[in-house]
Ligand binder design. Sequence first.
Ligand SMILES: CC(=O)N[C@H](C=O)[C@@H](O)[C@H](O)[C@H](O)COP(=O)(O)O
Length: 238
Amino acid sequence: MSTEHETRTWTREAVLDAMRGRLTVSCQAYPGEPLRDPRTTAQMARAVVAGGAVAVRAQGLEDVAAVVAAVDVPVVGLWKDGDGGVFITPTLEHARAVADAGAHVVALDGTRRPRPDGLTLAETVARLRETTDALVMADCGSLDDALAAQDAGVDLLGTTLAGYTGERPKTEGPDLELVDEVVAACSLPVVVEGRVHTPAHAAEAMARGAFSVCVGTAITHPTTITSWFVGAVEPGHR
Ligand SMILES: CC(=O)N[C@H](C=O)[C@@H](O)[C@H](O)[C@H](O)COP(=O)(O)O
């Protein structure tokens, strides 16, 4: 895809300034899905930026590069490998590749679980910083994850994995109890992400001290949104 804007250099401070107090949107389609195409992801990114998103989160190296080329906002990149255990940018190699694809923020697994390459999160962050200025966002599943990730030297904490690691219940909306705990105990910016399904959820997250709110499914995953409506129209539908 051709670059449709002047490629801008985002300093770390400019990325944080852009995200502070505003909406990030995650544009992801999953393997085998009809919208799974980097060009489609880039178009989706342009659509959400037109609606006011100030940062875009994207998954996969091709999608990250396509989104960086398509929009003039910071891109939070990740590389999902597998779907169980540590799968969000699980190793240093994955993280370096995401940064090389142009991500301004590298989102990675920020849990305390062993990483497939045997590095600690602190080692991963330190070695990543040797080759990139990209910010590092730790996708956490609990308060203990967030505290450990903060000690490991990341720049941003995300509640992304709350409800997906066994440490927290999978709440109907965002895990606001965890948001309260992390905001109270940590000094780093907290991105509230995961099951933010309504504008009211997003407002509540901001009221509780979120640095930014990241919405994925409710804005960019029409298959799931459709299923919500199908469930309402046909209550017995499975
Ligand atoms: C747990 C996991 O794999 N989360 C992923 C992380 O990138 C995505 O599948 C989510 O869509 C994203 O976090 C946004 O959350 P929601 O789609 O709930 O608004």
